[in-house]
Design a protein. Structure first.
Length: 282
């Protein structure tokens, strides 16, 4: 009997450092699914055409990354609450009513917090950035009942607009904007929602410490400066690989309907496989 097949991919620009095909190869080995996953680096003017081509090729859905997480929302017929509040989507499927979108960035951060046993409720958080990933992180922290979330960004207008939008969704969390600088000393959670460490050198302007939770949405094969600093300080860390595999696992569930319990186990095993492979390649 032939294995079940799944065709999907990633739209974005640039995609030169994407690890997504390797992640889905690991899922194929673990699930028995015949998964075909492609990278589609397309300019903005060709995004809609690229999506229609994917539909014609029999794709079940696709992921979206920089710079299309916000722009894709205008093409969707259905979104989830996180996507609606954040104005950002990174997982799409071809549904009965058209394109249906899910924000797995937000869910991945919540899953990572739970996996590390870190309770965000009542804590203060600093999110570096003001784009789609920052919005998703802010939503996840509000949903987890954080006491305060400060968006540290170079674009103060975007950070302030994001804080205002999420304040309406989560009035129990105090959202605000601040310059791209070191956060307050009593900050418990640090989130790098910028490309720093992945497509640009450096890291956010902070010094992790033991007792904090640090999440890094940037990924680099040898690790980022921020993740290395968090690990060295003894902070609870969800690095770029952890969050990427969580995002992919949640996308896999969205596209296939696999049970949540299976997805958690596949995530754990896939992350372990990838870490062993990356270490073997160093």
């Amino acid at each position: 009997m032939p294995k079940s097949a799944l065709k999907a991919g990633l739209f974005g620009r640039p995609l030169s450092r994407s690890l997504s095909p390797e992640v889905f190869r690991a899922f194929a080995a673990l699930t028995g699914l015949d998964i075909s996953y492609e990278l589609r680096d397309v300019p903005p003017a060709e995004l809609r055409h690229g999506i229609e081509a994917a539909r014609a090729e029999g794709w079940t859905g696709f992921n979206v990354t920089i710079p299309y997480k916000s722009g894709i929302c205008g093409l969707l017929s259905l979104t989830d609450p996180a996507a609606a509040a954040c104005g950002a989507v990174n997982c799409v499927r071809f549904g009965r009513t058209g394109l249906e979108g899910l924000n797995t960035d937000a869910r991945a951060l919540r899953e990572a917090l739970g996996e590390r046993g870190f309770e965000a409720a009542g804590r203060r958080a600093a999110v570096f950035g003001a784009g789609g990933s920052a919005a998703s992180s802010g939503w996840a922290l509000g949903r987890s009942r954080a006491a305060a979330v400060v968006f540290h960004a170079r674009n103060q207008a975007a950070a302030a607009a994001l804080a205002e939008r999420l304040s309406a969704a989560f009035p129990h969390t105090a959202y605000s904007a601040a310059p791209f600088a070191a956060p307050a000393a009593d900050t418990d959670i640090l989130v790098n929602a910028t490309p720093l460490g992945m497509y640009a050198p450096g890291g956010p302007p902070c010094e992790p410490r033991a007792g904090q939770f640090c999440a890094d949405l940037a990924y680099a094969p040898g690790g980022t400066e921020f993740s290395a600093a968090a690990a060295a300080a003894g902070a609870a860390l969800a690095d770029g690989l952890d969050l990427l595999v969580w995002q992919a696992a949640l996308a896999l569930r969205y596209w296939t309907g696999l049970p949540a319990g299976d997805i958690v186990e596949f995530k754990r095993e896939a992350a372990a496989l990838l870490r062993r492979g990356l270490k073997g390649g160093d």
